[in-house]
Design a protein around this ligand. Sequence first.
Ligand code: MTE
Length: 320
Amino acid sequence: MNILKRRSWELAEREATPEHVFMNRRQILAGLAGSGVLLGSGLGTRPAYAEEDPSAGLYPVPRNEAYKLDRELTGEEIASKYNNFYEFGSHKQIWPAAQKLAIRPWTVTLDGMIDNPQTIGIDDLLAKMQLEERLYRHRCVEAWSMSVPWSGFPLADLVRLAGPKTGVKYLRFETFHDPSVASGQKQSWYPWPYIEGLTLEEATNELAFIATGVYGKPLPRQFGAPIRLATPWKYGFKSIKSIVKITFTDQRPVSFWEEIQPQEYGFWANVNPKVPHRRWPQSSEALLGTNERRDTLLFNGYAEQVASLYKDMEGEALYM
Ligand code: MTE
């Protein structure tokens, strides 16, 4: 994905270390504290894991059985130590650096062409929403995939809360911007903050999900705490993390990666095995934490839910 200086999404990294060889959390934290990493960065006093999140009592939430997988869930230890979150580094092991992110207080602003503009605290938002768990596939453009049990609520519920006015066509999502916390944001060649966009129809599709938890707990910071997007029929870069603002607009947003390299990262970014990326053929994918490769499915296997969104767009490449 990093197309400027480094190429961190190299396939060599796709085989994550098997779960059993990871140290357990206590060993890792003890090791970091001993080495001064935690204390040196002021993390010694900060909760490092989601269990200490103030919303922890809300989880686990009931599973919505409508969303089934055709494969095993990816192990929690694997999924939580193999993340893309460029704010904290352009490699996969950003989870220690991400613990610096303060997730309270946290507000989300809803603005633009809506009836109910507001800035709402994350805990007030959580109290308004009916939380559920969904098992979703998660496919990176780098041709690896995971299967993740997200907790959260349909994005359509948030759209309803905002009350879009006639004429709204798009939602523009924005991540926090604080280079003092996220050292990646000191890299001026990136167009911070991270931005993503969906059409209103995509945002109100039943699959579009706002994740506030994972593996039966609040989102750990490396997953994009306290609130992120999950659009499983699109490549993972659309699933923006740590959202602070959603703007309802009639203008198509230019996303972070599209702004950097529009020939490689388009607005639609629908998973499509027939449209190769310049560096990664998309016909098959590596299932993270296993030795398995599978053929990639159009819309990541979610055609039944989303194909109708794109029925009149034959002229436009689904990937782009
Ligand atoms: N959101 C922000 N704010 N910053 C990022 O760097 N990376 C994206 C997406 N959301 C990213 C982001 C990419 S490239 C992917 S593949 C997914 O997050 C990774 O999600 P995961 O770490 O939960 O697997």
